[in-house]
Design a protein around this ligand. Structure first.
Ligand code: NAD
Ligand code: DAU
Length: 350
């Protein structure tokens, strides 16, 4: 099963955690071929040590999923038999300012991969597509997203992911491609690019900088530790019914303002600011994100009952681990914040 697994976007946050999990901690025995365009969000350092620890089981190529010839060469040179597709533009705020790259990578890129996979259908055991709960739109105070919730995306990012989900589903219905799709809630953990809420707040709060909370701060997200997302993906890939979608969530709803204050308290306990002010005082309410979804909450009972998956990490321990990881990895943070890793990428890959 899965001898030559193509992972797209493996140098990003979740992709890198997934590759580490598969090679270091799971029962996967095959080889991973990671293709990544290395955009601002793709950092080869997220996989440092992997190439040397697994020289026969890990390969990397800098490739844009929109480049059909290059992707075809990868399928042929490495006899790809399975795909786990993470590559995407992933940040909602960027999609509001510049939607074009989201349309290109998330829709055209996914279409391209599907076409190449279709041209190699005899070899393909599975095309697993990583998606998001944002395709379902926004919830009010009550209720949960299930696999049957109608799609109602609100941001250019969410719409582009919705379009890609529909394409993947259509390739199953029309061409009998063996596919699975997972729609997951907000992830947090090591290697997340510090434009996203949790790492941004950790780093700003640690340095005593303002903490920009959008709107009234009462928007709710359902947080899942990234390792738990990785175990869910692997379980779906191995045992999920082909053609089906699975929701993945953390049972862990939090208002943004509560989350920010929790991060402040943990950091205050760790090390007080030089002027002895509490970090909560750094909270600054700023103009709301246009079209800001109010609440996400996931019903993952299908994944639980059909495949036996549940998240293992509690939010309390996951957020402490995550904060500790950011405190322990100041070199990684400095290079990411200064853009130094991008110069390295340019030097090594052009
Ligand atoms: P990320 O932005 O950290 O990483 C994306 C990766 O894709 C980067 O390595 C980037 O270089 C690569 N990439 C971008 N465009 C590419 C292209 N044209 N060709 C090849 N590679 C390209 O994103 P992430 O947070 O790790 O998200 C990964 C996937 O999971 C995405 O599909 C996202 O929609 C989905 N998702 C994310 C979350 C979350 O909370 N972060 C939750 C649910 C689903
Ligand atoms: O739900 C899954 C999605 O979660 C993924 O599909 C996306 O790829 C991922 O980026 C994430 O989207 P969000 O928009 O929910 O995540 P973000 O970290 O950008 O924001 C989380 C919440 O915090 C959201 O309500 C907006 C708010 N926020 C965010 C930032 C960056 C702030 O209040 N201030 C901020 O500075």
């Amino acid at each position: 099963m899965f001898k030559n697994l193509l992972v797209t976007g493996g140098c990003g946050f979740i992709g890198a955690n997934f590759i580490r999990y598969l090679l270091e901690d799971s029962d996967f025995t095959g080889r991973i071929i990671n293709i990544d365009k290395l955009t601002y969000a793709g950092n080869p350092e997220n996989l440092s040590g992997i190439e040397s620890s697994f020289p026969d089981r890990y390969l990397f190529a800098k490739i844009d999923i929109c480049n059909k010839d290059e992707v075809t060469k990868i399928f042929e040179n490495y006899q790809i038999d399975s795909v786990c597709h993470f590559a995407a533009e992933s940040h909602v705020d960027r999609s509001i300012v510049r939607p074009d790259t989201f349309i290109q990578t998330n829709i055209i890129g996914t279409f391209n991969l599907l076409e190449v996979a279709r041209n190699h259908m005899n070899n393909i055991q599975l095309f697993h597509h990583i998606s998001t709960d944002e395709v379902f739109g926004s919830l009010g105070k009550e209720g949960y997203f299930t696999e049957d919730t109608p799609y109602k995306p609100n941001s250019p990012y969410a719409s582009s992911k919705a379009a890609s989900d529909h394409l993947v589903r259509a390739y199953h219905k029309t061409y009998a491609m063996p596919i699975t799709i997972s729609n997951c809630s907000n992830n947090y953990g090591p290697y997340q690019f510090p434009e996203k809420m949790i790492p941004l707040m950790i780093l700003n709060a640690f340095d005593g900088n303002p903490l920009p909370v959008y709107g009234d701060g009462l928007n709710v997200r359902d947080w899942l530790y990234v390792r738990d997302h990785c175990t869910a993906i692997w379980m779906i890939m191995k045992k999920g019914i082909r053609g089906e979608t699975y929701n993945v969530g953390g049972s862990n709803e939090l208002e943004n303002i509560k989350l920010v204050k929790m991060i402040c308290d943990i950091l205050d306990e760790h090390k007080r600011l030089p002027d002895n002010h509490l970090r909560n005082e750094l909270v600054t309410f700023v103009t709301d994100r246009p079209g800001h979804d109010r609440r996400y909450a996931i019903d993952f009972s299908k994944l639980k009952s059909a495949l036996g998956w549940s998240p293992e990490e509690s939010f309390e321990s996951g957020i402490k681990k995550t904060i500790q990881w950011y405190l322990d990895n100041s070199d990684w943070i400095d290079r990411v914040k200064s853009g130094e890793y991008l110069s390295w990428v340019k030097e090594h890959y052009g």
